[in-house]
Write a protein that binds this ligand. Structure first.
Ligand code: APR
Length: 247
């Protein structure tokens, strides 16, 4: 594994073309510079809240109001922040090369940064879901989802978020996309949470994995990995400009 900073010199750049298939896996770190807390950094969200009280099906049945308040607070924050260069440059890349974004984030900053067809593994904060019929989805108007907001079948709406212990239905398309990728860019994720982190094992042999994250990481379990120890807004911009220049 090579530690890269600015001379992002990846041999496979030579084979890159506008027909290449690039997949991006992003995590909370890509939104950190927009002002959204990550989960496991020092001041992370899980320092402030007990996961089991706000992000599990048991929490929902035990203390619905606390769960609604937790996500309402995050939705209120989300409405007050903007995408950063990392989101925007990935959208630029998508305009020139077949690029599929898979995110663990429930924020909509990729979309607001201009990306299309974003695959949300863990759901979407600005959507609500019927608690009796998973196919019934609704946009949350504003920042509040309240007790008494009901679906058309009369059941309470819940955040459209994958809670700990729940299935991750989007893993099926995500695994297929990664297995067909020519290039995998991983941005701002501690790779602590499975099955999402397991996607790095699904790349075909020899496909380069570029990990963008300022922190020290043990990536030895993955092959053909390049670690750019830089924050996302700077490193994604440099990587995308370098990739576009090599087309
Ligand atoms: N640029 C790039 N990376 C950053 C930046 C930044 N500016 N700031 C922090 N990071 C990195 C951290 O070093 C860390 O490795 O982002 C990563 C954030 O890791 P986590 O907080 O664990 O977030 P994530 O990996 O997205 O968590 C995965 O866990 O709690 C669940 O469902 C939740 O989707 C989430 C999942």
């Amino acid at each position: 594994m090579d530690e890269l900073n600015y001379n992002i010199d990846i041999p496979e750049f030579g084979k890159l073309s506008s027909h290449s298939s690039i997949v991006v896996l992003s995590g909370a770190g890509i939104s950190q510079e927009s002002g959204i807390k990550t989960f496991r950094d020092n001041d992370g969200l899980w320092e402030e809240y007990n996961v089991n009280e706000v992000a599990t099906p048991e929490a929902w049945s035990k203390n619905r109001d606390l769960v609604l308040r937790f996500y309402n607070e995050r939705r209120r924050q989300l409405l007050a922040v903007e995408p950063n260069d990392a989101h925007r440059y990935l959208a630029k890349l998508q305009n020139h090369v077949n690029t599929q974004i898979i995110t663990q984030n429930i924020d909509d900053l990729h979309e607001r940064g201009g990306s299309r067809n974003v695959l949300h593994l863990h759901g979407e904060l600005r959507k609500a879901r019927s608690s009796v019929d998973d196919t019934l989805l609704y946009d949350v108007e504003g920042w509040e989802l309240k007790d008494g907001d009901l679906c058309e079948k009369g059941s309470q709406l819940r955040p459209h978020v994958v809670w700990f212990g729940e299935m991750v239905p989007m893993m099926i398309p995500a695994t297929r996309l990664v297995s067909e990728a020519d290039f995998l860019i991983v941005v701002g994720t501690s790779l602590n949470v499975y099955p999402a982190a397991g996607l790095l094992f699904d790349v075909s042999k020899g496909v380069p994995i570029v990990v963008i994250d300022p922190s020290e990481m043990d990536l030895s379990r993955f092959s053909n990995v390049y670690h750019i120890r830089e924050k996302a807004s700077v490193a994604v911009k440099n990587l995308v400009l370098k990739m576009l220049a090599s087309l």
